[in-house]
Write a protein that binds this ligand. Sequence first.
Ligand code: FAD
Length: 511
Amino acid sequence: METDARTIMEPAKRVPVLRDVDVLVIGGSQSGVAAAVAARRANPEAKVMLVEQNGFLGGQSVGGMVVHWEFREYTNNKGQVITRGIGKEMIRRIAAKGHSDPLYDKWLSGQGPPFKDVPDGRAHADVPLDVNDIQLVLAEMLEEAGVEVLLHARACAALPLDNSTGFPASRGAFVETIDGRVAITAKCVVDCSSFSDVAWWVGGTDSAIVPEVQAMSMQAYAWIDNVDLEKFVKEGVWPRPFQILYPSDKQQLWDHVMQGKAIIMRGFADVMDKAFDSEPELVEAYEMTGATPQIYMWLKTVRTRKVECGAGTTKYLGTFAIEGPEFHWRQVDPLLVTRATIGQLKAIHLQVRMHRYLPGWEHATLDRTVSRIGFRETRIPVGLYALTKQDVFHHAKFEDVIGRNTGHDVGRGNLEAEYGYDIPYRCLVPAEIDGLLLGARCISVEPDTADESLTALNAHRGITATIVVSQAAGVAAALCVREGVEPRALDVKKLQAELLRQDVVLETPSG
Ligand SMILES: Cc1cc2nc3c(=O)[nH]c(=O)nc-3n(C[C@H](O)[C@H](O)[C@H](O)COP(=O)(O)OP(=O)(O)OC[C@H]3O[C@@H](n4cnc5c(N)ncnc54)[C@H](O)[C@@H]3O)c2cc1C
């Protein structure tokens, strides 16, 4: 961030201690919730608190509307189980509320993916959960587990550092609440902020790297409603080339519409050309937002519904998530993030106009935009081990495995990356900080920016993996408290035993 040359001293002040807890979890997405719930389950004596800067739980899944939790990532390309644990429990509970895509029921009943009746059922399982049910289930799980939650609360600084172990530790954090700044003291902190905030406060650039090149972009979904699905499928889809089309069979695609199941497609470059030819000012206005030019449309349903129109006639209407504009800018620069946030909103309105050139989308309207732009690459914490893309592609096995993952976007169409790899505990332990465990998207990976689609970070950043590592970080924190040790000294065998008890997969059984 470019600042004025001047600096100013912040006056010291006495800050009240709101709570003294055993485990403090920073960040309340599915990841932070997994960490907090897992900590309580591992050590029911432990006092666990979760702070979240938003006024809602769910992080990017809810505020960024990333409701496609990709159940393909629970099994590998051979159909073997790669992960279960709290992630699968969350999905089961969200789907049980009855408002999510019926394909989840099919998956939960053990029928795939790959879905035998859908040829491309593995590759494109971007199936939506209900956004409201995600929030509700996360809140219920925290309540049941006895986690104390503080919303509208941004952890903003380290407490005075404890250097007694030889490495600095912030035993808790200062937190800005709606009633002013408080301190929360804790024996162990789990950072699920996805900004590596704690490592950054404690060790600066020695402990959290911001890659020189932002290989992955900031981006936001938008939801567009009121799409006439019959017209779209009959006149818009066939015959056209697609990079992604799910289901790719004509009859199955229409069956999915009628059954309220997901349809997904990426393509329509010709429609974008038509929009630009008809309204050339769209191109200039889009460029003015600073967004990277888009070359295709990527559409995923979030809801499809049958509407009775009287006199025995029915219509199928759809709400689609569209991929909004992308910004390859530094994602920890507040001024640039602000520009991108406003830019994406302007660009989304332009995209709605472009999408109206699709058959069936003539009366489409903007339904919902994000409350916070989506981040893919913020800071990368420096841990005892940095996961590499070689680990992903060569199916690494580690003695200190705490969970497994497939390749997320690295694995799309790349079966080597889809087999699965171990995630070692050392990726969750900072190299030179004590009292801290790393969870969510920001675990220790190599800061490789050569090719966006091939990085370990891109393999790890899927929602499934963020839950896997956070469950392990939460359990580790709770065990550290019970055993009175720092994360680097925790007996990994004890951690693994508790993870197995919590239904985590540590090796890939067939089936
Ligand atoms: C456009 C886009 C589309 C995507 N599509 C998919 C997809 O289809 N499927 C998929 O699996 N993944 C997808 N991803 C990736 C996925 O959404 C993210 O990697 C994942 O949601 C990150 O989860 P997280 O818990 O690490 O971070 P977040 O969801 O960002 O959670 C971090 C939480 O911490 C809070 N927080 C941050 N700092 C503080 C602080 N200092 N104090 C208190 N609270 C704090 C935040 O408010 C937030 O709630 C997509 C990403 C983008 C950008």
